[in-house]
Structures are given as C-alpha cells and as structure tokens.
Ligand binder design. Structure first.
Ligand code: NAG
Ligand code: NAG
Ligand code: NAG
Length: 317
C-alpha cells in the first residue's frame, strides 16, 4: 500500500466513525435512519426511539414508573393555563406513596416563532409531548392518539393514564384514593359515562358529524373527553386497534370505538358521581369528593386549589 492510498484509507475510516458517532447522537439529522430504525430494532428498542415526536418529556418510566400519568390536551395559546396547572394539580407529587406526573399534548403551527416558544417551554419544564400535525380542534383525535402512542412507547410501565383538558380542575388526591380503593389494574376504563349517545346531524353544532364520517345511528359507550382514566395495559391495545378504526374527529367517541372493538366497557369509578363534565360551584366540601369538573379558568384553578389544599391542613391524603 503506498502512502497516498493509506492516507485515503485512514481518511475514510475517520469520516465513517465521525458520521456514525454523529447520527447515533443526533438521529434527527439522519434522513435515512429514522424510517428503517422502527422496523429493524427489536420491539423494546422500537418503543424507546424518538420516532416522529418533536418534543418529549424528561422521564424514565422504566427506572421509576409513575402510578398515574395525566395527559392534558393543550395548544400554544394556553400558556397561562399550563402554568396554573403546573402550580396546582399538575405538579409532580406523591399521593399515598404513589407518584403522579402531568404532561401536555401539543400539535404544531406554521409560525416558527411559536414553535421556538414551545421548544423553549419544553426545555424549561420538560413536560411537553409534541408531534408535527396542525393544532386544530378537528385534530383532537390525533392529539389524543399521540398521547396513547407515547404511553405505548415510553411509559407502559405506569399503572394508570388520565386524559384531560386544560380548562379542568382535577382533584388528584381523591382520584388516587378512588383508584386504589377500586383495585382494578387491567381492562379498566372510567370517567363520565356516555352510554347512549348518537351522532348529531345538525350542521350548526360543534359536534356535527356527517353520515360519511360516521354512518352508524348510535355511538358505542364512551366517556366524556373532559377527563377519563384507563388502566395502562389498554393503552397499547387502543394504540394497535386504532389503526383499523374509521377516523372520527370526536376524540372521545373515537376512543369509544376502539374500546368497543376491544370489548371493554367503560365503568363507574365510584357509586356517587365524581366526574362533572360541566361547571359546578366551588365549595371545599364538594371539591373534596370530586375527581374533576369542567370550565375552570386559570385564576379559579389557583383559588380553588389553594383552598382545597389548605382544607387538608397540609395533611394531604
Ligand atoms: C412539519 O410538517 C410540515 C409539512 O408536512 C413540514 O413542512 C415541516 O418541515 C415539518 N416540521 C418539522 C419540524 O418537522
Ligand atoms: C390535521 O393535521 C394534518 C397534519 O398536519 C393536516 O394536514 C390537516 O389539515 C389537519 N386537519 C385539520 C382539520 O386541521
Ligand atoms: C386487589 O385485588 C387483588 C386481585 O386482583 C387481590 O389479590 C388484592 O387482595 C386486592 N387488594 C385489596 C386491597 O382489596
């Protein structure tokens, strides 16, 4: 081997090593790695690759699995509400020895400034799950399924998942107490039950669904999208079965269609009503015995939360 050939050889080896190192550390720059990775890697590894997520929260569910993961559908403009949730029910805490974590589900916008804001917020709080789909009300099903996929890939070791919204008050203490008391760890789905709903064919309605989108006369049982809770084992089942379900923009109905296919029927968490998909008037005694209520503004959220926690006298359950 003459000197020049040897030099070229060394140069090629060097370039290869640097490329390998670079792409294994920054896979998002690799234009041909991402697609093939999902198929080639064994299942456990597939679950932990970044996939097409733009933002991921900082948690290792294998190392320290949470009991309950709260996933909150949110969008760029909700920043004040996200801050209020981070300071109240969404703060990471331990209840009755069980770890609770909260993450926000976001789509994306074409506005690069807003995207940079989201990236910065994600860097700071490490609680954002984001994919590249247009963030609109009609894409709520995609947002929910992104959360389900995230659980399936990254946090299948948790015990329960709650999907809820930003304008919701969640009494995480009572929810944890009821889940522990119920002692159901598999095939469990609960919330505000909607057992006999049917498609609204009035075009003026926010919930209008055309016959093309959903030809059926009635919906299968589902739970109000304001907040529902599932045992984590069914998250992967929903993820898999969702691929064979006709897409419908109403995310709670879509989940109901998945459950129907899996032959899982939503059940009550408690003999008394604890999920309130409407606004209810605050009182400490009432809010101690609810799981959630709807239509709560950020300022109300902070006020209600402080009063609730004060009532527990720091001796939080
Ligand atoms: C998101 O998708 C759009 C259109 O599909 C594309 O132009 C854009 O580059 C994508 N953004 C990122 C961050 O991947
Ligand atoms: C949903 O997101 C997809 C992917 O970004 C986009 O093409 C579509 O227009 C969105 N749908 C609506 C109704 O906004
Ligand atoms: C919870 O259920 C399991 C069986 O599913 C049972 O072995 C256990 O004793 C139950 N625990 C309580 C506290 O009821």
């Amino acid at each position: 081997m003459d000197f020049r050939k040897f030099g070229l050889f060394i140069w090629l080896v060097g370039v290869s090593c640097v490329s390998l190192w670079f792409y294994s550390n920054f896979p998002k720059f690799c234009i041909f790695c991402e697609n093939s990775q999902d198929e080639v890697l064994p299942k456990e590894n597939f679950r932990r690759t970044r996939g097409d997520f733009l933002q991921l929260p900082d948690i290792d569910c294998q190392e320290n699995p949470p009991f309950l993961v709260l996933l909150v559908t949110s969008s760029y403009n909700d920043i004040n509400t996200r801050m209020a949730i981070r300071q109240t029910w969404g703060q990471e805490r331990t209840v009755a020895g069980k770890r609770l974590v909260t993450f926000f589900l976001l789509g994306s916008t074409v506005n690069l400034g807003q995207e940079a804001d989201i990236a910065a917020e994600s860097q700071k709080y490490k609680d954002i799950i984001q994919k590249n789909f247009t963030d609109t009300y009609y894409n709520l099903t995609l947002k929910t399924m992104m959360g389900v996929e995230w659980i399936h890939r990254f946090c299948y070791q948790s015990s329960f998942v709650m999907k809820t919204d930003t304008d919701v008050f969640v009494n995480v203490f009572y929810l944890t107490e009821l889940l522990l008391r119920k002692n159901r760890t598999t095939r469990f789905f609960t919330g505000f039950l909607k057992l006999h709903e049917y498609p609204i064919r009035n075009r003026e309605s926010k919930w209008y669904v055309s016959r093309e989108e959903y030809p059926g006369k009635t919906y299968p049982p589902f739970c109000s999208g304001t907040g529902y809770v599932l045992s984590t084992d069914i998250a992967s089942q929903i993820y898999h079965v969702s691929k064979s379900i006709l897409f419908i923009k109403l995310e709670d109905v879509f989940i109901g269609l998945c459950l129907d296919k899996l032959k899982i029927r939503p059940e009550e968490l408690h003999s008394e009503q604890t999920f309130f998909p409407e606004k209810i008037t605050f009182s400490v005694s009432l809010f101690k015995k609810i799981v959630l209520c709807h239509k709560v503004k950020p300022s109300e959220l902070l006020r209600y939360w402080n009063r609730l926690v004060a009532a527990y006298h720091g001796g939080v359950p």
